[in-house]
Design a binder for this molecule. Structure first.
Ligand SMILES: [Zn+2]
Length: 502
């Protein structure tokens, strides 16, 4: 095994020198010398997207059966299963998806209350690590992952980039997240940044020949060789002049790093686009822009495409689950990674028809340390009907925003995406938020764009009111900037229930 590890390190150093051309070879070598399987998992995921739905379902059934077996070791999920068996008279047999559909979806709060005893399976020395997520409301959930889950998430990231850019290796990528740790730490905690640091940490902890070290090495390898990933500081808008100074510095960094793909918080992508229009600087050799969260509105992405001269790709994932879906071209609909997840759209405990809007409910096939079965992730979306022209046969989803920002009327949901669509189709808007200030009463906060155009406030108000199809009262305020939430994110819609919970 020592020889294997030495070879592994040699290959990594070589890989550093000859990044692009060598990445593929060294990846295969690492897989051959170590126990990691992520390259095979990546290939599996990539191929399955073109399978017939029937053969894919066979594979998914096996994964879900295994997940159920493990989940029965936990008391909380065990109780959920008990209820189902009694109700169904223990006659579900092999229909695991049928069994799945009988379970009530669970939210972050229920999982957090039963953590850790109720929700963890028996530790079979599968290199577990714990990570805390924080939602927009500060709704915290601890999630435990094991080595296979983390490895799968890594493969899944490669797959996501492969669909989006046709390149899974050597892609120069810059990330500008609202909160650095949420993005880069992912499922693995704060990352080490250099090979020397990694090796000395391994020696100090006597972990050089253990799977944990290999996992860290793979992570670093992924960030430096498989990708060439750099992370820039969040844009912290305290005033328009502050913002311009920050944008200048961000632009200088981008100019130096020359990424092919820019992944950023949607609001940042908009600001960068407006900054380019204002300063008339030459766009970089950037090819793709990808907003986080899968919920940038179409009109925002249109501005990004026009001013940066890029194609846009939509991707959806969460820190506790990893990448879930990604778009293959400029459209907002994304291919669901059905090899690893079951996604459902539900309202009041029932699945809705394809095309209808509801809450996104996820079952993660691969995390057997802490099974997330019918987990309400807190987002709203809809399935898109019809096949994609790229030939992939998976379901496609549109993510329309956070549930906490969705205005739920008796007969319809008004999603953050439909509100943002109105705001950002006006090129004079730099940032925007709706505040619910009373019953049927809303205030629009509008910050002007950076490119000196003025928003058509009356038109925005009119279009916003029309979403309700009933009389509402709408006022507005033009503000110099909008205050982000404590986690650095911006809300599209701040509801009164949100303020009570948050
Ligand atoms: Zn497609």
């Amino acid at each position: 095994m020592r020889i294997g590890a030495a070879l592994l390190l040699t290959v990594m150093s070589l890989g550093l020198l000859l990044r692009k051309s060598f990445a593929s070879l060294s990846l295969a070598f690492i897989q051959a010398t170590g126990k990691t399987r992520f390259l095979s998992i990546f290939r599996e995921i990539r191929n399955q997207a073109f399978l017939s739905p029937v053969s894919r379902q066979r594979y998914r059934t096996t994964l879900l059966s295994e997940l159920f077996k493990r989940a029965e070791e936990t008391t909380f999920l065990g109780e959920r299963f008990e209820g189902v068996r009694v109700a169904a008279g223990n006659t579900q047999g092999d229909d695991v998806f049928g069994l799945l559909r009988m379970l009530q979806p669970i939210g972050k709060g229920e999982l957090a209350r039963r953590f850790p005893e109720g929700v963890l399976t028996k530790d079979r020395f599968d290199k577990r690590s714990i990570q805390n997520t924080s939602g927009t409301t500060g709704d915290r959930l601890s999630v435990v992952t094991n080595f296979p889950k983390r490895e799968t998430a890594r493969a899944s990231t490669m797959y996501m980039l492969d669909i989006a850019t046709n390149r899974s290796l050597g892609l120069a990528l810059v990330d500008i997240p609202p909160n650095v740790c949420n993005t880069v730490c992912g499922l693995e905690g704060p990352p080490v940044t250099g090979w020397l640091e990694l090796v000395s940490k391994g020696i100090k902890k006597k972990e050089l020949f253990k799977p944990g070290f290999r996992s860290d090495a793979n992570g670093l390898f992924e960030r430096r060789v498989v990708l060439r990933q750099d992370v820039l500081a969040p844009l912290d808008a305290r005033s328009p002049s502050d913002l311009l100074v920050q944008l200048e510095s961000t632009w200088r960094s981008l100019d130096k790093l020359r990424p092919e793909l820019l992944r950023a918080f949607p609001q940042y992508l908009l600001w960068i686009s407006q900054f380019v229009l204002k300063t008339k600087i030459k766009p970089l050799g950037l090819k793709f822009a990808m907003p986080y969260g899968g919920l940038a509105s179409g009109s925002l992405l249109e501005q990004v495409r026009e001013s940066l001269g890029v194609q846009t790709r939509n991707a959806y994932g969460t820190s506790e689950l990893g990448p879930l879906a990604v778009s293959c071209d400029d459209q907002t609909a994304m291919h669901v990674n059905e090899h690893l997840f079951e996604l459902e759209i539900m309202r009041e405990g029932q699945s809705v028809n394809d095309g209808d809007v509801g809450e996104i409910v996820v079952t993660d096939f691969t995390n057997t340390a802490m099974p997330l079965i019918r987990y309400k992730v807190g987002d709203v979306g809809r399935f898109v009907r019809g096949e994609c022209r790229c030939g992939r046969t998976t379901r496609r989803i549109e993510v329309l925003g956070r549930l906490q920002e969705t205005i739920q009327l008796e007969d319809r949901w008004i999603t953050p995406a439909s509100i943002a669509e109105i705001a950002y189709s006006d090129r004079g808007v730099g940032n925007f938020r709706v505040d619910e200030i009373g019953a049927n009463q809303y205030e629009l906060q509008i910050a002007a764009s950076l490119n000196d155009r003025l928003p058509d406030v009356e038109l925005i108000k009119k279009k916003f009111s029309e979403l309700f199809e009933r009389p509402i009262r709408v006022s507005h305020r033009i503000v110099p900037y909008i205050q982000p939430e404590p986690n650095g994110k911006f809300l599209t819609c701040r509801l009164r229930s949100f303020r009570r919970n948050g």
